[in-house]
Design a protein around this ligand. Structure first.
Ligand code: ADP
Length: 345
């Protein structure tokens, strides 16, 4: 269970509620499955199997005011957790598993995932990237890899480049077949990319999620043991509506959001260097204020990020000293702090 101060506060309050007069409290009995705070908005997720009389509404009506009365809390949702996160049979493949998501495609989520993975590797961590963007796998290009993944001793060997292990459908199927992944293939195929790949000992696995909310997200929530998510957005408000929907979905699945990364925040004028807000302005900051989640980084639009991505040499390697590389490294340092201490080198 992930805890922050606010979540601990909520759990402590919920521990004062017991089942019946003498029964155990609702947290230690497992009735409260998890508490996830998205800033001042708190979700209390209940184990559907343990709700007395199956009446989630009555329990919600009873618990919500109790939590609402706590300091720093503005909104409370009490609901049963979805059944889709019930089965997590396999062990997690890394000590920390970070899903990188966005509301829309084309906001730079994959480019950022690749650079962040390399930056985490440069910090001395053992890093993997799972390209779960099944409709447009781009990790092979971003890491300059082509060809197929090999099988060894009954497991698929991840490819490796720039200090990172990478697995993508692009290494297993021709692109037109990857695009045809639907329905049961997603539910059955995605877990295999976790369990049948020889990931070895990983400190952190980044999962490049498809944009929006889809079966892929649910399949991964069910099988991948996501520890947290990182939200990538451009500053424009249209993209933000979808982002919020995604954040809510993950909170419902008891997966906390670490914060927001704003990409393509501005373009520097080639004459005077002045920052021009081509893709809108202020949206990510507004989202941060609304959700209470930190704005972790603001990455400008720089053509070199795209050029280096197409060339398969991530920007943090090609231009390690550039200010944007340093921003991505600073982001990597913040994320590395989430990894359980014993995993750090
Ligand atoms: P997504 O994964 O969200 O679909 P991509 O990472 O594929 O987005 O990026 C979409 C396009 O934008 C790519 O051509 C990429 O090189 C480019 N791009 C991403 N971030 C930046 C940036 N900060 N500056 C310039 N180009 C960028």
């Amino acid at each position: 269970m992930t805890v922050s101060t606010l979540e601990e506060l909520v759990l402590a309050a919920l521990r004062s509620v017991t089942l019946g007069q003498t029964g155990p409290d609702i947290v230690s009995s497992g009735l409260v499955y998890d508490v996830v705070a998205t800033g001042p908005a708190v979700r209390v997720l209940l184990d559907p199997e343990r709700i007395p009389d199956g009446d989630a509404d009555a329990l919600g009506d009873f618990l919500a005011p109790l939590v609402e009365a706590l300091p720093g809390i503005e909104r409370v949702i009490v609901k049963p957790r979805p059944k889709s996160i019930a089965s997590q049979e396999a062990k997690p493949v890394a000590r920390y598993i970070l899903g990188v998501h966005s509301g829309k495609g084309g906001v730079g989520k994959s480019t950022l995932s690749a650079n962040l993975a390399v930056a985490l590797g440069l910090l001395g961590l053992k890093v993997g990237v799972l390209d779960a963007d099944v409709y447009g796998p781009s990790m092979p290009t971003l890491f300059g890899l082509s060809g197929r993944a090999e099988e060894m001793n009954g497991k698929i060997e991840p490819r490796a480049a720039h200090g990172v292990k990478i697995m993508s459908l692009g290494f297993l199927l021709p692109p037109e077949k990857a695009l045809a992944w639907r329905g049961s293939l997603i539910d059955e195929g995605l877990p295999l990319l976790l369990s049948e790949v020889a990931w070895g000992d990983l400190d952190i696995l980044l999962i490049d999620l498809p944009p929006g909310t889809s079966d892929v997200h649910l399949a991964l929530a069910k099988h991948a043991h996501l520890s947290g998510i990182l939200t990538v957005t451009t500053p424009g408000s249209l993209a933000l509506i979808d982002v919020k929907r995604g954040m809510e979905m993950f909170a419902d699945l008891a997966i906390p959001c670490l914060g927001i990364v704003e990409n393509m925040a501005s373009v520097a004028c080639s004459d005077c260097g002045h920052a021009i807000p081509v893709f809108g302005q202020g949206g990510a900051l507004a989202l941060s204020e609304e959700t209470g989640l930190p704005l972790l980084a603001s990455i400008p639009f720089i053509p070199e990020l795209s050029i280096t991505g197409d060339a398969g040499v991530p920007y943090v390697i090609a231009a390690g000293d550039a200010p944007t590389s340093k921003s991505i490294t600073a982001l990597a340092v913040r994320i590395a702090k989430q990894i359980p201490a014993e995993a750090l080198p």
